[in-house]
Structures are given as C-alpha cells and as structure tokens.
Design a protein around this ligand. Structure first.
Ligand SMILES: Nc1nc2c(ncn2[C@@H]2O[C@H](COP(=O)(O)OP(=O)(O)OP(=O)(O)O)[C@@H](O)[C@H]2O)c(=O)[nH]1
Ligand SMILES: [Mg+2]
Length: 436
C-alpha cells in the first residue's frame, strides 16, 4: 500500500457535494473496520489523507455502518446515470486487497454479507475485472481507475532493487539521490550531515503524494515534514515513498547514508558501516568528490569498501565535475587516475561514472517544470553559462552506443526545454541512470 500510487485527483468523489463525501468516507471507514477489526497503521494513514483531501482534516467524521447502504443507493449529482457503488467497491478492493486475489475474495465475501444482491453482483463484476483481468467492459468504472490498478499491480510483481549510496562527508550523496529522483527529497547542504539511514522507494506513477515512515506513518506529507526528522523516533531508519522522474527502469530503493569523517560524528560512521556490512543491497554507489580525491579520509573509506563489499557490487561515481576548470584540469586524466588508484586498492576493473549531480538535479527539475528556489535558479543560470561547452560534455566518457538516440528522445519528450535536456545530457546522467 505504501508504495502504491493513488488516484485521488481522478476520484469521482471529487465531483460530489460535501454531504455525500462525508457519507462515503463514513461508509468506507465502517467497511475497513469490519474487514480488519481495527484500522491498521497504513489504512489509518490512507484514510487520514482521504479525509484531508475530500472533506478537510478539521471536520470530524461520524462513522455509521448504515452509511454503506446509503452510499450504494445514492444517485450521484453530476452523473445521474451512474450509481456510486462501483467506486465504493473499487476503494474497498484498492485499500484492502490491491493485487492480492485471496484478500480480494475476502473483501467480496464481506461485501456479500453487507450489501443487497444486485449490488453484490456489481461488486463481483468489478472483482473479475480487477483480479482476472476480464475484458468485460464495465462502463461504470472509469478507465483511469482501472489503469491505475493495473499499473500498481504490475509494479507489485517486481522485487525492489536496492542501491546504497555511500561516501565521505559532503561528497554529494544526497544531491545525487535528488537528481536521480528529480525532486528535493534529501536535505543537501554544506555541513547538514544526513544523520540516519534514509531509504527512498519509488512508486509506479506520479500521484503528487509523498509518504514518510519516521516513527509515524503519513501519506501526503508537506515539505517541512519531509525534511525534518522526527526526534522521537528511536529507529535509525527513515522510509520515504515517492515517484522517481525518468529513473525508473526498475523498482528501486535508494539508500542515503550518513557521510563518514573519522574526526566527526563517530555514531554516523557506525551506522553507515552497519548498513554496508548488512549486505542488504544489490549495489553500492561510492561517490567520490573530485575536490577530495586522494585525501586520507577517502583512502581509508575506499580500503574499507574494498575489504567489505563484493567487487562486482561497487560502482564509483566521480562527482562535482562542474567544479573542474578547463585551463587547469583534465577530466579524462582525473577519471583515469581514479581508476588507477582504485586498482591499487584492490578493485578489479573498477567502473567509474563521471557526473555533476548538481547540474543533473537542476536541469531535470527544469525539464519537469518543477519550481526552483531563488538560489537554485541562480545556480542553474551559472551552469547554463558554461556547462554546455564541449569540455563539460561528460557524455563523452560513457561507452554507450545509443547516446544520440537517448538525447533525441529526451528532446522530443521535453519540447521547449532543449537547453535543459542538453545540460542534463552533459551531466552524464541519462547514461549513468541507465547503466546502474
Ligand atoms: N559544484 C557541485 N556541488 C555539488 C554537487 N553535488 C553536491 N554538491 C554540493 O556539495 C555539498 C554537499 O552535498 P550533499 O548532497 O549534501 O552531500 P552529502 O554527501 O549528502 O553530505 P553528507 O550527508 O553531509 O555527508 C552541497 O553544498 C551541494 O550543493 C555537484 O555535482 N557539483
Ligand atoms: Mg547527505
């Protein structure tokens, strides 16, 4: 449920008056209680969001069992020819039994006990449509809702692929994660060290909602709730669920870890090492900061990774290449030197991807029309002034056969945003995202 994309924006209840919305939510709550005995935390969180979106959080709801019958017979205002029972049944299946036919059957049986026979037949037709993919046309349920069901259930079938992101302090782990997602999810700033393990899960499609589990579970959190960790949560892990822009070849969890620096925050080092040693990941992305290559801290961490993680599970990212200067630095030398150094530490055939996470993050957000802060806009304008030159074209370091096709497909997808697409391609990200 937490990683499902919701369909609230398309929900037919949006077209109803407040009186009917209250009856509908009361009926839904009543049915969930009947099914589960009491609300499970994830149902409670979803219901809280429904309440906020449909009637407002400050209105108290009087839950009455009799409202189930009322909802089913209510003639909808805008679509007089459609009865509301299908949507009610759809919500029941979605909330209690998404993609789980056994549970769906139990929901159907409980509906049978609680609604009259004609309504039950409608519930059964919907059950067949959802769980048996019957091609039978249910005119009364919008295709959009059925489509969202299908996308969610397909997504559920895959296993999550876990990518842990590790590095010394301030190497750009959080910025890199934000760039992969295309949103500001992880706090990223000088000295604001990530203090817990943050696991960010993707969802099948954008529904506009972010879920957070941090000692509390909340669907549809706001920016402040996202960026401030709950001080009362004794657990070391925080989970976030959101849709990732562009980076979605598979079902992914990105794990942001606290940056290591031996003279600062010993507890952060212990936490990160416990994650690395847990082996609960498929890949480890080690982020090297171009400005900190060769430091003692970097050497120590790399040697630790070499001893602890299987060679084929480690990918190296050389970040902050926008900080290079054409007159003084050779990017290809930096990449080659890093490879040589990694080999000296014992990594066999190390894979190094050169990127600018910062350019990728800002250009991707602009491609998706996501508003930038004043500082972000200034930074992006600076990147536009120099990063489009050939020296900064990081795509040249990727051995990727269809580079031009990838660029062309982005250009045709993001019409009018060509300059951001070019920055994004120069940042190395379209190829990096594909290759990890
Ligand atoms: N120029 C440049 N700066 C970057 C880039 N990526 C990150 N930064 C900056 O580096 C600083 C640290 O970035 P973060 O993403 O917070 O780094 P982090 O590794 O998550 O840091 P900790 O969690 O504190 O260890 C911030 O000021 C970022 O804006 C990049 O590609 N280029
Ligand atoms: Mg961080």
């Amino acid at each position: 449920m937490l990683n499902s994309s919701l369909y609230i924006e398309k929900h037919p209840l949006k077209a109803e008056d407040i009186q009917f919305r209250k009856i509908y939510l009361s009926a839904l709550a009543s049915f969930i209680q009947k099914y589960e005995g009491a609300f499970l935390p994830e149902h409670q969180a979803l219901f809280d969001l429904y309440q906020k979106e449909f009637i407002g959080s400050n209105i108290s709801l009087n839950i009455k069992q009799s409202d189930i019958a009322l909802v089913l017979t209510y003639r909808r205002k805008r679509f007089m020819f459609i009865s509301s029972d299908y949507y009610f049944f759809f919500d029941c299946f979605f909330i209690l039994a998404l993609g789980d036919k056994q549970k769906g059957k139990r929901v159907l049986l409980l509906l049978k006990k609680n609604v009259n026979f004609l309504h039950y037949l409608n519930a059964k037709a919907l059950y067949k449509k959802l769980y048996d993919s019957s091609s039978y046309q249910l005119k009364k349920v919008s295709n959009e809702l059925v489509y969202s069901w299908r996308q969610n259930t397909l997504f559920k079938e895959d296993l999550y692929y876990t990518i842990g992101v590790v590095a010394n302090i301030s190497s750009g782990k959080s910025t890199l994660i934000n760039a992969l997602i295309g949103k500001y999810i992880e706090k990223s700033q000088q000295m604001a060290c990530t203090a817990k393990i943050h696991a960010i899960y993707n969802k099948p499609f954008e529904d506009g909602y972010i879920t957070k589990s941090d000692g509390f579970l909340k669907l549809g959190i706001n920016k402040e709730e996202l960026l401030v960790d709950n001080p009362h949560n004794v657990d070391n892990k925080i989970e976030v669920y959101t849709y990732f822009h562009l980076f979605r070849q598979r079902k992914i969890v990105l794990v942001d870890t606290p940056g290591i620096n031996s003279s600062l925050h010993k507890e952060h080092e212990i936490l990160t090492k416990s994650f690395v040693e847990s082996e609960e990941y498929d890949k480890i992305l080690y982020v090297c900061n171009i400005c900190a290559l060769g430091t003692i801290e970097e050497q120590k961490y790399l040697q630790y990774i070499q001893r602890t993680v299987k060679n084929e599970q480690v990918i190296f990212v050389l970040n902050k290449l926008d900080d290079c200067n054409e007159e003084e630095d050779s990017i290809s030398d930096s990449i080659n030197n890093l490879r040589k150094e990694l080999k000296i530490y014992g990594f066999k055939n190390p894979v190094v991807y050169p990127v600018s996470a910062s350019v990728a993050y800002l250009s991707k957000k602009s491609m998706f029309n996501i508003e930038l802060t004043t500082n972000e806009s200034k930074k992006l304008a600076t990147y536009e002034s120099f990063f489009n030159g050939p020296y900064y074209d990081l795509s040249q370091y990727y051995n990727f056969p269809e580079k031009e096709e990838v660029r062309q497909s982005l250009i045709s997808k993001f019409k009018g945003k060509e300059k951001y697409v070019d920055l994004f391609c120069h940042s190395g990200f379209p190829y990096f995202e594909f290759l990890i």
